[in-house]
Ligand binder design. Structure first.
Ligand code: BG6
Length: 472
């Protein structure tokens, strides 16, 4: 039996991602009655209105996957209560639900903090105070997990005061992406790849996550946080650790996470000494995305409120060195930005040219891991040009896709559906451990600190472009 309790249950994330994911999970389950889902928000809402709201959103976000038979079953396991999270009163409603006659708290309890980060601490404290953190409970924490080392430390201390690390699941939804999870398979089950995965053979690695959307409805939050903290500290760092970690002893959550943290600790600092050669920050100007004119970042902010400072970056590039024997000397270029030409997340691993390159030009092979929109792996090889097509004996580039084409035959579970099912299975491998979060904040804080103390230039880029590059 599982009780899934969502704090912020009628909020955007819950209605857009969590409840549709749970709908799929429950539908797949042979015994849907083993689940109870409780949404908690601050506003009083009667059951009819609550169900109406959920149904409307499920129809919208599930599209063709929604049907009335499944909805009829699903709604029977849905409940709603209101609690004013900052007040002492009202928690007995949750107590009554969890310890109700027919369950008595014996079921696994899965809490999901889908609320503003300022509420993480008060909610955890109330759960502990009200005896709602038994050993059979798990806590899922949504990002942002703090906004620097200090605030993340505070959140971690309260969390660890209420739950053991084995009970805590810190989400980074990039870890649920098919192509990201596939990196481990690709690296650790192919001798061909394993033998060349080091600085003897690899020349450079580029990790790129570009988005077409702008700051949308989150202007105020975004301007305060910026892309370094919104995307780089979490999603891109996760990709970097997956690409570079040593082989874990086993696939157990802690063995994988031990390896990831080793990488973060081996990152050379980007600080006052190298900030201008190793980082770029920028904001988008007006331009065109997908053939449609779009305003600049500053105009986007103004349309929300006149007082937003406009100091947040919408693009970041970092040149990273890893100080260990496998990677010393290989530059890792990490780039991410909003309002760029394409929606694309990919990792490009460029190999050295052959040691005796008879064909002249720099023919480095390339391994490309596309994370989205497709999830494929492809290899670029040089081949002889067919005689008569161009010049006899000339080589040409051949890009071969070797990735999961069969995947398109199935419905691929969404990121949150996969993560929720891992929590239900008690597998922490795709969640971020406390020491990893702390180490990555420490490294990121140094960059922010160097930007401020050296007054680093905020560059600009035209919306719809690929953003600024490092000088060659
Ligand atoms: C979120 C960021 O974590 O990830 C957003 O807060 C960003 O700013 C989003 O748009 C990107 O996720 P995805 O899965 O669309 O690449």
């Amino acid at each position: 039996m599982y009780d899934i309790v969502i704090f912020g249950g009628t909020g955007d994330l819950s209605l857009r991602k969590l409840l549709p994911s749970l709908y799929h999970l429950v539908k797949k389950s042979k015994v849907p009655e083993e689940y109870r889902i409780l949404c908690i928000s601050r506003a009083p809402l009667d059951r009819v209105d609550f169900l109406l709201r959920v149904k409307e959103k499920l129809e919208c976000f599930l599209g063709d996957d929604f049907n009335y038979t499944d909805w009829k079953r699903f709604k029977t396991i849905l409940s709603y209560i209101d609690i004013e999270f900052l007040e002492n009163e009202g928690w007995d409603k949750l107590n009554n639900f969890i310890y109700s006659e027919d369950h008595r708290g014996k079921q696994n309890i899965i809490y999901y903090l889908s609320v503003a980060p300022a509420l993480f601490t008060p909610i955890c404290r109330q759960l502990k105070k009200n005896n709602l953190t038994p050993k059979n409970s798990r806590m899922i924490v949504e990002k942002p997990f703090g906004e620097n080392f200090k605030s993340a430390y505070k959140i971690n201390s309260v969390l660890s005061d209420c739950f053991s690390e084995k009970q805590i699941y810190r989400i980074d939804h990039y870890l649920a992406k098919e192509a990201v999870q596939n990196i481990l398979h690709l690296r650790f089950s192919n001798h061909l790849i394993e033998t060349v995965w080091n600085n003897q053979h690899i020349d450079q690695v580029e990790i790129m996550v570009s988005e077409q959307i702008g700051v949308e409805g989150r202007a105020e939050f975004f301007d305060h946080i910026g892309t370094l903290r919104d995307m780089m500290q979490n999603h891109l760092m996760q990709l970097l650790t997956y690409i570079t970690m040593e082989v874990p002893k086993s696939l157990s959550a802690d063995h994988i996470r031990d390896r990831k943290i080793e990488v973060i600790k081996a990152l050379e600092p980007i600080n006052r000494d190298n900030i201008s050669s190793h980082s770029i920050r920028a904001q988008y100007l007006a331009g065109e995305v997908n053939g449609k004119p779009v305003p600049s970042y500053k105009e986007d902010l103004k349309s929300v409120c006149d007082n937003i400072k406009g100091t947040g970056e919408t693009f970041v590039a970092l040149k990273i060195n890893i100080d260990n024997s496998r990677w010393r000397g290989v530059p890792f270029i990490l780039k991410t930005g909003k309002r760029m030409e394409k929606r694309l997340a990919e990792i490009r691993v460029k190999f050295n040219p052959p040691s005796n390159n008879l064909y002249g030009t720099d023919f480095g092979n390339l391994l490309v891991i596309e994370i989205q929109p497709k999830h494929t792996v492809s290899i670029q090889m040089m081949m002889k040009q067919l005689f008569g097509v161009d010049e006899a004996l000339a080589t040409h580039t051949n890009q071969m896709e070797i990735g999961n084409n069969e995947a398109f035959l199935y419905r691929i579970a969404g990121d949150y559906e996969k993560l929720l099912s891992e929590v239900i299975n008690g597998n922490q491998a795709f969640f971020v451990r406390d020491d990893e979060i702390m180490a990555s904040w420490k490294w990121i804080d140094a960059i922010r600190n160097a930007w401020t103390t050296t007054d680093q230039e905020m560059k600009t880029y035209i919306s719809g472009s690929n953003g600024p590059n490092f000088d060659k």
